[in-house]
Ligand binder design. Structure first.
Ligand code: FAD
Length: 445
């Protein structure tokens, strides 16, 4: 009943008109972390047909993807959308690269693989803000279902002091999780942990149970070697690549949603499919369409608004000047953009702290509220800043965030990383000094 599986199907599925011959139950636009996983789960029902359109290439087997430590090799390449911000007034008018995965698996194919759930209070805040049923309890059950945790070996526990709580993990899901262990030198148990303890931060046995304050070991989306990436493609898609009701088309970029001419009696617009541009048939971009009963847009934070707006869903003040007919008046599209600023700091260590040529990726992370680090006038200044709502933040979100902050939900993340060069010069780098809950908001159009 369905055409043959596998990727790159567009050439054989097209009619002369450029329309795919069947009506799918679901078309998923964006084969990233969310879209690809969702498509695999939807296609578990063999009576439903699902097609995924991914703008990027498959990337399967690319070492910059499979080896978690080589992920930066994707930045600025065809696997990255290579977006840049507008000049940032509060950053000396500099622009910033906004790396976004453009490859099957999306961000899960090129990210740093750090596996850390938020605080219980943050998930519960989603429900407070109106997302009924989205709270810590429901999310905790779902994330554990997706997880296959590989506990550290007894040797790693004995020599490095790695810790975890089995109650916080799933053991039979598609995504492998392991604690960073490879090349972790004695530096961490001998120096880093005592230093943090001396500052009054005792180790958090496992940060994945809804309370991540304090230093803890770094959990990664990786196989037990803590180098081989586990992501939407390897965990969800490859095990079912021969599923006949699931089709994944790479180098196929969704350009807009197709709508039924008639609205429902309630005035709602009904999607009937998607227009997309295929780049994989002959090297010449070709506009085609796909019919589907349900259209799911999962292009990621920066691309989903664009697809919606090109489809007439968005703020009329943005769409009308561009000559786009408004199908759904939805001013929130492209608003409320939030990103976490990140900086780094490096220090030279005594020679021989780590072995020559070895580098490890953030063995320890420390996640803290401002009040743990800021003192005196700095703390007072942060309290003053909290008194005024930033322009683009809604009253409801501001109220929730102030509560999180004042109740001690952390705002800062420090990740410890060490490396040695060929001359055995060792460096300690805080490679992620991140403000995890910024109050400022931006827009994407
Ligand atoms: C450099 C980097 C490092 C990160 N590190 C971490 C980390 O250590 N830990 C962590 O938890 N998170 C990390 N993240 C964030 C994480 O990867 C994202 O939160 C996650 O991937 C978002 O999933 P998504 O499905 O919303 O979007 P994405 O995974 O970005 O997927 C969107 C997909 O849609 C495709 N697409 C977009 N537009 C179209 C279109 N018009 N037609 C067809 N396809 C389209 C894209 O190519 C992409 O494949 C990192 C992200 C980046 C970029």
């Amino acid at each position: 009943m369905f055409p043959p599986p596998r990727m790159l199907l567009s050439a054989i599925l097209l009619l002369a008109t450029g329309t795919v011959a069947i009506t799918y139950d679901y078309v998923v636009v964006g084969g990233g972390a969310t879209g690809l996983s969702l498509a695999v789960r939807l296609s578990e029902d063999p009576t439903k047909s699902v097609v995924v359109l991914e703008a990027g290439a498959s990337g399967i087997g690319n070492p910059n993807i499979t080896n978690l430590r080589l992920n930066a090799g994707n930045f600025g390449t065809a696997n990255d959308w290579q977006f840049v911000t507008v000049p940032q007034v509060d950053a000396g008018n500099r622009t910033q690269a906004q790396i976004q995965g453009k490859v099957l698996g999306g961000g899960s194919a090129i990210n740093s693989g750090m596996y850390l759930r938020g605080n219980k209070a943050e998930y519960d805040a989603l429900e407070t803000l109106g997302a009924t049923g989205w709270n810590w309890d429901s999310m905790f059950a779902a994330v554990k279902k997706s997880e296959h945790f590989h506990p550290p070996s007894q040797t790693e526990i004995d020599t490095l002091g790695l810790t975890y709580n089995p109650e916080y993990h799933g053991f039979s899901g598609p995504i492998s999780i392991a604690i960073q262990a490879i090349n972790v030198s004695r530096f961490f148990p001998e120096f880093a942990v005592p230093t943090l303890q001396g500052l009054g931060h005792s180790m958090n046995v496992d940060p994945n149970g809804g309370f991540h304050n304090g230093p803890s070991w770094d959990f990664l989306t990786a196989l037990p070697d803590s180098s081989t990436r586990s992501y939407a493609v390897s965990g969800y898609y490859l095990p079912v690549i021969n599923r006949t009701n699931l089709h994944v088309m790479t180098e196929s970029q969704g350009s807009k949603i197709l709508w039924s001419a008639a609205k429902t009696t309630g005035g709602l617009a009904t999607a009937t499919g998607v227009e997309y541009i295929s780049f994989n048939t002959s090297g010449i971009p070709k506009t085609q369409t796909i019919n589907a009963k349900n259209v799911i847009i999962s292009g990621g934070t920066l691309n989903s608004p664009k697809i919606l707006e090109l489809s007439g869903v968005g703020n009329p003040a943005v769409l009308s000047p561009l000559g786009i007919d408004v199908v759904v008046d939805l001013p929130g599209v492209g608003a409320n953009l939030c990103n976490q600023p990140l900086t780094t700091a490096s220090y030279l260590l005594k020679n021989g702290t780590v072995d020559a040529g070895n580098a490890i990726r953030s063995a320890i992370i420390d996640i803290e509220p401002f009040s743990s680090y800021l003192k005196g006038a700095d703390l007072q200044r942060s309290e003053e800043l909290l008194a005024t709502k930033p322009d683009l933040l809604s009253e409801a979100q501001f109220a929730v965030m102030k509560t999180l902050i004042t109740e001690g939900v952390p705002q800062m993340e420090f990740a410890w990383n060490i490396a040695a060069d060929a001359n055995n010069v060792s460096t300690l780098t805080f490679d992620r000094l991140i403000l995890v809950k910024p109050l400022s908001r931006g827009t994407v159009t």
